[in-house]
Write a protein that binds this ligand. Structure first.
Ligand SMILES: Nc1ncnc2c1ncn2[C@@H]1O[C@H](COP(=O)(O)OP(=O)(O)O)[C@@H](O)[C@H]1O
Ligand SMILES: [Mg+2]
Length: 453
């Protein structure tokens, strides 16, 4: 009797459990995240354990079937997964509310259901009629797609057992509820329990499962961090609500490379794939505008050209403003300081605004030279030469440092019609000479100024 009424306090950030309430979680240090919960009624080592004890086998004797991947017909999605869906895999798709997770997965399922595969879409958020409405708008109504509105994980598992779908989608994992656990849906215990049960089902039956998860304001998937450890693959669907572009990014993948991205555009009729993002991000670029520079950043294995924009204007009163969107704020401040010191450009008393066109986020040091060129170009009010690009990392002494993966960047640059590219001299050796593009190697920031202005 006493055992059943025991209460535990569970951190909603990291899943740490404590017998008494505390203001601060001793595990992850988050404040006011411990919430009263009842532990699962089942005992841990007993009958409810999903995996029976398995005798170890020699790794030599394990036979492998050829790796079998199912293509969804959506190339951007398949690439992010590492080349298609693997049987029995558990994939978590996270993203802000309204970013288009349900839209994406509905289109993916539709691609699958066009073939002989049956897919099961379980929504805990929307009614079957709401799903139908979206599906009509997206023109994705295949008869092989089964939908249900349900939150009870036990009922879902028995539905899966009877329907035997080829792919299962749970939208969203935060709405799932297991009667074994006393706490409310969305709490750490519930999310963990539901994920565990779905994982056991996926591994046993080989049905691939997609979980949709919400992301908190801070960017973590709401619920326990440990959910990210339990699943095979974590994909983030991100983008700016005000921009039409959405980026699907793999942050963890047991079956493929991480940091692969897929680029989509949100349209009235759903998400459209963007096979050539560089062309899209450069489409509206103003020619010969001061402060605008094109550079190439790597997103996984793909180089993408982006336009960096800087605006330097003399400040009115008080402290000058430094506003940076899409780039690392500290990186920009550092480069501005280097330019003041090494190039003698006096930008104190000037407001500095920087932006990456199209709402893209760039965090690579390889774009340093591009940032410096954009700032100098706006400060001097002189456009940089036509068909010119810059790549390179800048150090505190004003030296231009080598960057990785120069060759794929250069081929993308050439494909987009640029004819000259300033690169670090040290990286120049690593690339073979290419027709149609002139590579200019530099060692110091000052040389860039001489070449550009
Ligand atoms: N009737 C509509 N016409 C055009 N776009 C719509 C319409 N309804 C929703 N959308 C788009 O779909 C997005 C919501 O997508 P959804 O897949 O429901 O997001 P999530 O599942 O991530 O919360 C909205 O932000 C909006 O951009
Ligand atoms: Mg949704």
């Amino acid at each position: 009797m006493k055992k059943n009424t025991r209460i535990i306090y569970c951190c909603q950030e990291c899943g740490h459990q404590s017998p008494k309430w505390m203001g601060r979680c001793p595990e992850c240090g988050a404040w006011d995240t411990l919430v009263e919960e009842k532990p699962p009624a089942s005992d841990r080592h007993g009958k409810n354990d999903p995996s029976p004890h398995t005798a170890p086998v020699s790794i030599d004797s394990v036979t492998l079937d050829a790796e079998y991947r199912v293509l969804t017909g959506m190339q951007e999605f398949d690439r992010v997964l590492g080349g298609g869906i693997i049987d029995g895999s558990l994939v978590l798709i996270g993203g802000d509310p309204g970013i288009g997770k349900s839209t994406l997965i509905l289109q993916v399922l539709n691609g699958l259901a066009q073939g002989p595969r049956s897919v099961l879409y379980i929504s805990g958020e929307e009614s079957v009629r709401q799903l139908k409405m979206r599906s009509q708008r997206l023109n994705t109504a295949a008869s092989n797609m089964l939908v249900a509105s349900e939150i009870n994980i036990e009922i879902i598992l028995s539905t899966v057992d009877s329907v035997k779908p080829d792919v299962l989608v749970i939208d969203s994992i935060q709405t799932m509820f297991s009667p074994d656990v006393a706490s409310a849906p969305g709490s750490v215990s519930q999310v963990r329990e539901a994920t565990m049960k779905l994982m056991a089902m996926a591994k046993q039956s080989g049905v691939p499962v997609f979980l949709i998860g919400h992301v908190t304001k801070e960017g973590a998937i709401a619920g326990p961090r440990l959910m990210e450890h339990m699943v095979d693959t974590v994909l983030y669907f991100e983008g700016d609500q005000n921009h039409v572009f959405r980026i699907l990014r793999a942050v963890k993948n047991r079956f493929g490379s991480t940091n692969e991205i897929g680029v989509f555009e949100m349209k009235e009729a759903g998400l459209a794939e963007v096979p050539n993002p560089s062309a899209v991000f450069l489409a509206e670029r103003a020619e010969n505008a001061a402060g605008s520079v094109v550079t190439a950043c790597m997103e996984g294995s793909r180089p993408i050209l982006v336009e960096l924009q800087a605006l330097i204007s003399s400040a009115g009163f008080g402290t000058p403003r430094r506003t940076v969107l899409g780039l690392d704020h500290n990186r920009v401040s550092l480069l501005v300081a280097v330019m003041e010191k090494k190039l003698g450009l006096n930008m104190a008393g000037h407001d500095i605004f920087m932006n990456v066109a199209g709402g893209v986020k760039v965090s690579e040091p390889a774009v340093d030279l591009g940032i410096a060129a954009a700032v100098a170009s706006s400060f001097l009010d002189r456009a940089i030469p036509d068909k010119m690009m810059l790549l390179g990392e800048v150090g505190l002494a004003g030296e231009v440092r080598g960057i990785s993966r120069l060759e794929p960047r250069i081929s993308e640059i050439r494909k987009m019609g640029f004819t000259r590219c300033i690169v670090p001299k040290s990286s120049l050796k690593a690339v073979a000479k290419m027709d149609g593009i002139e590579l200019i190697g530099i060692n110091r920031l000052g040389e860039m100024m001489d070449l550009l202005f």
